[in-house]
Design a protein around this ligand. Structure first.
Ligand code: ACO
Length: 323
């Protein structure tokens, strides 16, 4: 079996919903501005004490159930996250413990911000193709609300919390046709959380440990890099854009998503949109969107999906999948 395929999907969103009208009471913004500039109407926010591992666990259990598999069938866990519970153990190891995976298989986190799920999927696919894993749990999970400055209207209106998961199994046919991962580290100043453990995470510096973004520059770069990566993905598979059934994009901004759809000549009813309900859940957004469209019956077995995401780093990536 030299390919991997998606055996099942799952997701989880925290109970609490924060509406744009709630944000109007916190910062100088309006529901109209947020909807028009981003497409977001609401987002979910983790409860006090609810962590990334909690969200990841619920999504993972969901995906295992959909794939009809047990915890000990899993021989690889990769969690894409920017907001781990603690410095270590990784969320993946916390999850391995909670799910009761006792077969000593590898478990680790991947940090590529909003492109994290594309990275995790690419890594898992390569493990399966190499024959070193047969059943991988690949998760994007975030409590991004914990790294937001709730006084900064430029960022706090954009993000939400959640988790999405897929189970990847070895297969005779694709499945995952190809994954394409990229990074360009020269743009740190445009999108970052500039503090952290090794820079000295004292009480004063912790005040700056929030997402800072130059939105319009990031916007332009995202549109341009996503255009490149969708071309690269189609070319690598000798596929015409008309052969795609669904675009499952990272959900940062409806205007970025529409630009990619235009590039692919796809009508918006072939694009899975969750940005209005979830906001930008960073690494969780692609698997959350995928699970939403699988569960509501839009995405069917045999459909050709193009997944893509762009995030801090900068990092970006894509995957072409037959579901
Ligand atoms: N409410 C009201 N006004 C606002 C708000 C707000 N919440 N936020 C910004 N504004 C104002 C700005 O202050 C600015 O006012 P000014 O002209 O008086 O200075 C005005 O709105 C326009 O600001 P822009 O930044 O030019 O607006 P833009 O149309 O670019 O939209 C946005 C901003 C939504 C952030 C957009 O640029 C965007 O989506 N960027 C990309 C985000 C992204 O893809 N990030 C990557 C993934 S995230 C990750 O990896 C962590």
């Amino acid at each position: 079996m030299k390919y991997s395929r998606i055996g099942g999907t799952g997701s989880y969103l925290p109970e609490k919903v924060l509406l744009n009208s709630d944000l109007e009471k916190i910062v100088d913004t309006t529901d109209q501005w947020i909807r028009e500039r981003t497409g977001i109407a609401q987002r979910h926010i983790a409860a006090e004490g609810e962590t990334t591992a909690d969200l990841a666990e619920a999504a993972a259990r969901n995906a295992l159930e959909a794939a009809n598999l047990q915890a000990n069938d899993v021989d690889l866990i990769i969690v894409a996250t920017t907001t781990p519970d603690c410095v270590f153990p990784s969320v993946a190891c916390l999850l391995q413990q909670r799910l009761g995976v006792t077969n000593s298989s590898p478990a680790f986190d991947v940090q590529a911000v909003c492109a994290g799920f594309a990275y995790a999927l690419g890594i898992a696919d390569n493990f399966v193709r190499a024959g070193t894993a047969r059943c991988a749990l690949v998760i994007g999970a975030e409590t991004f609300s914990r790294i937001l400055n709730w006084e900064d209207r430029n960022t706090c209106v954009l993000f939400g919390d959640g988790a999405g998961a897929v189970v990847i199994t070895a297969s005779d046919s694709p499945g995952i046709h190809s994954t394409h991962l990229h990074a360009d580290g020269r743009y740190e100043e445009l999108l970052h959380v500039p503090e952290g453990v090794s820079r000295g995470y004292d009480a004063v510096r912790q005040q700056q440990a929030f997402v800072q973004m130059k939105g319009s520059e990031v916007f332009r770069m995202a549109v341009s890099k996503l255009r490149e990566v969708v071309d690269e993905t189609l070319a690598a598979n000798d596929l015409d854009k008309s052969e795609l059934d669904w675009l499952v994009p990272h959900q940062a901004n409806i205007r970025i998503i529409k630009a990619t759809a235009r590039k692919l000549d796809m009508s918006m009813d072939k694009v899975v949109l969750t940005v209005q309900d979830h906001g930008n859940t960073s690494a969780a957004s692609i698997p959350l969107a995928l699970d939403t469209a699988v569960r509501d019956g839009r995405i069917k077995r045999g459909d050709k999906l193009l997944l893509e995401g762009f995030g801090g780093g900068f990092t970006w990536g894509s995957a072409l999948i037959t579901y």
